[in-house]
Design a protein around this ligand. Structure first.
Ligand SMILES: *[C@@H]1O[C@H](CO)[C@@H](O)[C@H](O)[C@H]1NC(C)=O
Length: 390
């Protein structure tokens, strides 16, 4: 994450210098809208987010002193709102693919770019459930990122090992560290042992973890007894899945290099509500009318190629506490707690109309519907006032 954030700042500097708006994580991971219900609407929605971010940045530079902290916060807010707006495009035009690799990358970028700790209550389709199959990514990237950042989201993550350290036994301390820092790696490798996770900085993450446990004199032998209960019973760190992976001695071929792909089909064939209100930090609010289901639908099945989204070793500074309700009574709200203060206020509004007004029969609809999602056609990007939470 740290790396991405650095890149983002560099990009912002470029922007201030007059370059075009290319910020970290804002790229469209499904650049042709393949398999979306409304590919054209999807692409034009993404383009609209670029325009909004550009005028937002122009406002920032017009109203803040060059090089100031407030300018930098203002620009960060533009970037954050663009990342949120991109997710709105998925809900509007590509909700059949909300479990795809591409959408998961967009969602991870949203959290990462806003310095938010991943939280399943913020964007209701993320992470996909563990039994998601149709139209779902070959690897649950939400779980990968969730484990990479689990220490940020878990209060007192370090407490058990601090308690052990107080006892003054270095070997026990090292053993505890083996459990503490290895279980997220192991959890990731249990669900996606052969996937190429470079887009999430997996090799850096493993290297970073190896550094954290390198003090172990026995190469983290506690991880080699094939029984995750050792770490759980002794130190309280729980491993998921059947196998324990020791980051100091990974089997060859793991982590793997299989490209990320989507399963065929659609995660959803019925949105289940005619409108959806998406509220996301930082102050993004949009009442979205999802397009109807139609025969164009179907997850993009090519391999996913994207530049690195996160590096997985940074630290988020905010905890997303928002909740977004599903279905017809969608009245979500998301609030973040920022550590900085900003004085600038950027307000933007746009109204767009999208295609179809009639619902089509689900001609291409293959798979049963899971959650309630809905139909129809327009995205009203209402007003998104940045910094309302800052
Ligand atoms: C970590 O990965 C496991 C699968 O091995 C998953 O069940 C769990 O939800 C993930 N944790 C987070 C916080 O994403």
């Amino acid at each position: 994450m740290a790396l991405v954030r650095k890149n983002m700042r560099a990009a912002i500097l470029c922007l201030v210098g007059g370059a075009s708006t290319v910020w970290a994580g804002v790229e469209n991971y499904n650049p042709t809208g393949q398999g979306c219900l409304d590919p054209d609407g999807f692409l034009s929605c993404y383009a609209t987010q670029v325009d909004l971010a550009t005028s937002c940045a122009t406002d920032c530079t017009a109203t803040n002193v060059a090089g100031s902290q407030t300018l930098s916060l203002c620009l960060t807010g533009c970037n954050g709102a663009q990342l949120a707006g991109n997710l709105g495009c998925w809900v509007q035009s590509c909700w059949n693919q909300l479990y795809s690799c591409e959408n998961q990358l967009a969602t991870i970028s949203y959290f990462d770019g806003n310095d938010l700790v991943q939280n399943p209550d913020v964007f209701p389709w993320f992470p996909p459930p563990s039994d998601a199959v149709d139209g779902a990514c070959s690897c649950n990237l939400g779980y990968v990122e969730g484990n990479m950042t689990i220490f940020l989201a878990t209060p007192n993550f370090n407490q058990p090992c601090e308690n052990v350290a107080l006892q003054g036994d270095p070997a026990a301390s090292a053993e505890c560290s083996c459990c503490e820092f290895s279980f997220p790696v192991s959890n990731i490798l249990n669900i996606c042992p052969t996937s190429d996770l470079s887009v999430l900085g997996m090799s850096d993450y493993i290297e970073h973890t190896q550094g954290l446990i390198s003090a172990s004199g026995d190469g983290c032998a506690i991880l080699n007894d094939g029984n995750q209960d050792s770490c759980l019973n002794t130190y309280g760190y729980s491993f998921s899945g059947d196998k324990v992976f020791n980051p100091l001695s990974l089997p060859s071929g793991i982590p793997g290099s299989d490209p990320l792909t989507n399963n065929p089909g659609n995660a959803f064939t019925d949105f289940g509500a005619s409108a959806f209100t998406l509220n996301l930090f930082p102050g993004f609010t949009s009442t979205i009318t999802p397009v109807p289901f139609n025969a164009k639908a179907g997850a993009a099945t090519g391999t996913v190629s994207a530049s690195a989204v996160t590096t997985g070793t940074g630290s988020a500074i905010q905890v997303a506490t928002g909740t977004v309700a599903r279905g017809s009574s969608a009245t979500g709200s998301a609030t973040g707690t920022a550590t900085g203060t900003a004085t600038g206020t950027a307000t933007r509004s746009v109204t767009g109309t999208a295609a179809a007004t009639t619902s089509k029969s689900a001609a291409g609809g293959r798979n049963g519907v899971n959650e309630g999602l809905a139909l129809a056609a327009v995205m009203l990007l209402a007003s998104s006032s940045m910094f309302s939470n800052l």
